[in-house]
Design a protein around this ligand. Structure first.
Ligand SMILES: *Cc1c(COP(=O)(O)O)cnc(C)c1O
Length: 384
């Protein structure tokens, strides 16, 4: 005998993912770039928490040229969608992961001679060449071969019978706030490429720019691809970004519901630690979301939510499953009302940038912090 309810219970906290907006964003970003620039869709970390399969399928439909993920597990999940799409792994591989490159037809990032030898051996063992993108460290100090040593590594790749050079790239350390250093990184990259013998730049992906980099991207030159993560989700990399002109739309919004409304007298302490004392007789609403869903505890006593189109401040500490907000000034709030944590409600909006600032973090981390408990609801209709 089953005790499961016949109808699934309602969502208490959920994220809405607007796939039509995602597709429009890709097309807008593409239209803002020179026609020959190829689009590398960065979909690591479950497509920034948006859901890998749904997001990547829509980006394929919209015409992404290459997909970039963090690791072999993500790449294998993406490969389930079908053969033929080039997939680049951005992180270094563990030695036990090498054989998956051929098995799933993946391209690896190469930063050192040891990797060249390992991947060449994996290609030999599999009887098919392994695609690699050589990464050049032009000042990020993380992955990549240090730039003066890039030509020698490039030569090793070209001399490896079981490797196929499919791209060369670098990554910027401060594209938002240090245009001079970004220009220096571009210069180091191009100077290194100029010293790579026999490199046919037209036949491979040459890429440096992430979302922020696009602001200073030269119109032409040797670059023929961009790696877009955050911007395709309709989020600007920083508040004064010139990319606002591209007019992308947010893909992600974050919702919960009011579970309880009650009146409390002035002086009552709210939530663990009683870090907020009510200054007046108040009406509070208890929301069905907390840090167990990805509403950060750091937003305690700082954040706001939208209920009935009005901003309601968070009172006291955010807890695992519940958060208390002040609804004294919002008439008619009732159990079951929707509360928007990120997104629009009527004429009001909380952006993911604002939400992230309340928790002293950045939109990238906010998106990665929405937990497994939160179902992603996909909206797929085309239209405005
Ligand atoms: C994550 C990542 C990107 C995408 O960056 P956004 O700022 O989200 O556009 C590009 N390149 C590399 C190497 C990355 O790790």
């Amino acid at each position: 005998m089953t005790t499961l309810p016949r109808k699934p219970p309602p969502h208490r906290c959920w994220a809405e993912i607007d796939l039509a907006a995602l597709e429009r964003n890709l097309r807008l970003i593409r239209a803002s770039l020179p026609a020959h620039i190829r689009y590398v869709a960065v979909v690591k970390a479950d497509a920034y928490g948006h859901g890998l399969h749904q997001t990547a399928a829509r980006l394929m439909h919209a015409g992404a040229d290459l997909f970039a993920v963090a690791n072999v597990t993500e790449a294998a999940a993406l490969r389930e969608l079908g053969p033929g799409w080039p997939i680049l792994i951005l992180s270094p591989l563990l030695p036990e992961e090498d054989s998956y490159l051929a098995e799933y037809d993946l391209a690896a990032t190469v930063s050192c001679l040891d990797e060249v030898r390992r991947f060449d051996a994996a290609g030999r063992a599999a009887g098919r060449p392994i695609a690699v993108h050589m990464k050049i460290d032009t000042g990020m100090g993380r992955l990549g071969v240090w730039h003066p040593e890039a030509p020698a590594l490039c030569q090793e790749i070209m001399n490896s019978p079981h490797l196929k050079l499919a791209g060369v790239f670098t990554h910027f350390a401060s594209p938002d706030d240090d245009p001079n250093f970004t220009a220096e990184q571009r210069h180091r990259f191009l100077a290194a490429l100029a010293r790579c013998p026999g490199l046919d730049q037209k036949s491979i992906f040459v890429h440096a720019d992430n979302s922020s980099g696009l602001e200073s991207m030269p119109g032409a030159g040797l670059f023929n691809a961009v790696r877009v993560g955050l911007l395709q989700f309709g989020i600007l990399p920083h508040p004064n970004s010139m990319l606002a002109q591209v007019r992308t739309e947010p893909v992600f919004s974050f919702h919960t519901r009011v579970g309880l409304v009650k009146d409390l007298p002035a002086g009552t302490g709210i939530s663990y630690g009683r870090t907020h004392l009510l200054r007046r007789d108040s009406r509070v609403a208890v929301l069905c979301a907390g840090y167990g869903d990805g509403l950060p505890r750091a937003a305690s006593n700082r954040g706001q939510v939208l209920i009935r189109g009005r901003r309601c401040p968070i009172l006291g500490r955010v807890t695992m499953d519940q958060t208390v907000v002040d609804v004294s000034d919002v008439p008619g709030v009732a159990c079951g009302d929707e509360a928007v944590l990120v997104g629009r409600q009527m004429d009001n909006e909380i952006s993911i940038a604002e939400f992230s600032r309340w928790a002293d973090t950045i939109p990238w981390e906010t998106l990665c912090s929405v937990t497994k408990r939160v179902p992603r609801i996909y909206r797929t209709a085309l239209g405005v």
